[in-house]
Design a protein around this ligand. Structure first.
Ligand SMILES: NC(=O)c1ccc[n+]([C@@H]2O[C@H](COP(=O)([O-])OP(=O)(O)OC[C@H]3O[C@@H](n4cnc5c(N)ncnc54)[C@H](OP(=O)(O)O)[C@@H]3O)[C@@H](O)[C@H]2O)c1
Length: 303
């Protein structure tokens, strides 16, 4: 990408956003983070509505979203609305601002999740698989992806890349942050019988995939943000326990998670989909951590 290099990142203060900002700054891009909290090189969502995108914005990324797996928050209608609005409203605000920009950025990278695919023990899903609304998360993903659609009649084109991400594995946040202590104490183990698939990706690969999407003009459309080697929940537990040199035998009954998280939310852990990154590989993306053993080892040894 040549000329001015400024990137706007919604939710750039989070687990994925912090690492992405570091990589992009290192590569010489200027960054503006859209955040609810003021700070240096930040802009509020309200300012975005008033002022529009900063001049010379070459790419826009949206990573904003209320943390679904915040176990301290009960799965109430109000919280669900927050989960929904924080993704759909921020994404549609950014799409609107791109549509209205005098000089359009060349790419809009938006997130979605593997919750778009119906949990199934037999079926494999690729980006070409049909997605239907069957629960809260599939509806969320569908509307999230729809919110990222840009005006097709605009003269200047902006590519839209939507990443359907699996569970992002990294030491600083997400699922690993919640599991680290129990596994470290040797109290970890699979959820239920552990045979459900757990679509996953190492945080380095996800952030590299976002950068790859920004920098490669041939990349557009849906990409599954998952590692090429699918694993089950049991295989993940075994690999993480082994990396920590701890036993990981203690199963967590699905019924307990249903009570703690609410059944509708617990499906993200108790059920799973076998998701393959067919398009992600065919556009030329290569993985640093293609298998769960190397990913867990890297997480445990990272400082
Ligand atoms: N981590 C995963 O395993 C995973 C898997 C699949 C998809 N994703 C998606 O990827 C995106 C980034 O994930 P992450 O793990 O980096 O999330 P995160 O650490 O929870 O950060 C998300 C950011 O969104 C902003 N945010 C939170 N609640 C908000 C609200 N109610 N309204 C507007 N903004 C809000 C926050 O920024 P401010 O406080 O600065 O406003 C926060 O830093 C999310 O959309 C998530 O759904 C993540």
């Amino acid at each position: 990408m040549s000329g001015a290099r400024h990137i706007v990142i919604g939710g750039g203060t989070g687990f994925i956003g912090t690492q992405l900002c570091n990589i992009l700054r290192h590569k010489g891009y200027g960054i503006t983070v859209l955040s609810r909290m003021p700070g240096p090189q930040r802009m509020s969502w309200n300012d975005l509505h008033i002022k529009g995108l900063p001049k010379d914005t070459v790419a826009v990324v949206n990573l904003a979203g209320q943390n679904v797996m915040d176990f301290k928050r009960r799965w109430t209608p109000g919280f669900k609305q927050n989960v929904y609005n924080s993704r759909i409203n921020t994404t549609s605000s950014l799409a609107k601002m791109i549509n209205e920009a005098q000089n359009k950025p060349s790419v809009f990278v938006s997130m979605s999740g593997v919750g778009a695919y119906k949990p199934d023990k037999e079926q494999s899903y690729t980006e070409e698989s049909k997605c239907e609304e069957f629960d809260f998360f599939s509806k969320l993903c569908k509307n999230w992806e729809k919110a990222a659609t840009l005006n097709p009649e605009s003269k200047e084109r902006c590519r839209v890349v939507t990443i359907r991400s699996g569970v992002v594995l990294g030491k600083e946040g997400g699922m690993i942050k919640q599991l680290y202590l129990p596994f470290y104490l040797g109290l970890g183990g699979p959820v239920g019988n552990g045979s459900q698939y757990m679509p996953w990706i190492h945080i380095d690969d996800l952030t590299n995939l976002i950068v790859f999407s920004i920098e490669n003009a041939n990349v557009e459309g849906i990409l599954n943000g998952v590692a090429p080697t699918p694993c089950t929940n049991k295989e993940f537990s075994k690999a993480f326990g082994k990396a920590l040199r701890r036993p990981a035998f203690f199963p967590l009954p699905s019924s307990i998670l249903n009570i703690l998280l609410g059944k509708e939310r617990a499906v993200m852990i108790t059920d799973g989909q076998k998701v393959l990154p067919k398009r992600t590989k065919s556009v030329g993306f290569t993985y640093k951590y293609p298998d769960i053993e190397s990913a867990c080892k890297a997480i445990v040894t990272s400082t």
